[in-house]
Write a protein that binds this ligand. Structure first.
Ligand SMILES: Cc1cc2nc3c(=O)[nH]c(=O)nc-3n(C[C@H](O)[C@H](O)[C@H](O)COP(=O)(O)O)c2cc1C
Length: 155
């Protein structure tokens, strides 16, 4: 992508979540800014996973995933930059769909079973069908990712 397009994309605020799954016996979680809803009927959600880093494989090879909605940027750093094996040592979680971790510091989460995966360019679009969702707390300040930083939205 050219530097011009990169800087235009940096000027565009995006939501950011942590997507988790259980892949064989490994807990996997990653910060993504490509999550969105896709369809209401059936209820589908999607995100894109970077194939050049192998980020697609756990989600293609497992049966479901959890979308963790988070308002603490420390967790986004853990799930983007810490070594994969250390990530779940630093957070509290319970097991959700097919063993996918639900982060207890999330303010809400969605559980999805795998619906489809499409290879597009150097990413894969991972599509899940929503089977459950829950608010964990009423008070939260959502975060957007903008110009390489995190910003809290306050009402
Ligand atoms: C703000 C932000 C958004 C990201 N969005 C995505 C994304 O949409 N898809 C993706 O595959 N990786 C994304 N990443 C990178 C992954 O979080 C990272 O590659 C993953 O956690 C695996 O870690 P590793 O690359 O160190 O193995 C994002 C990182 C940050 C900081």
């Amino acid at each position: 992508m050219s530097e011009l397009i990169r800087s235009i994309m940096r000027s565009f605020p995006l939501g950011v979540v942590v997507i988790t799954t259980k892949w064989s016996d490994n807990l996997v979680g990653m910060t993504v800014n490509t999550f969105n809803s896709l369809s209401l009927n059936p209820p589908l959600v999607m995100f894109s996973a970077d194939k050049t880093k192998g980020n697609d494989i756990p989600f293609k090879e497992s049966k479901g995933f959890v979308v963790n909605f988070i308002d603490d940027e420390k967790l986004f750093d853990i799930f983007a930059f810490k070594p994969i094996k250390e990530r779940f040592r630093e957070v509290k979680f319970i097991e959700g769909i097919n063993g996918s971790p639900i982060l207890l510091d999330s303010y809400a989460y969605i559980e999805a079973k795998k619906y489809a995966a499409y290879d597009i360019g150097d990413h894969s679009i991972i599509v899940g069908e929503v089977v459950n969702g829950k608010f964990m707390r009423d008070n939260f300040e959502p975060i957007v990712y903008y110009n390489r930083g995190y910003y809290k939205l306050r009402k």
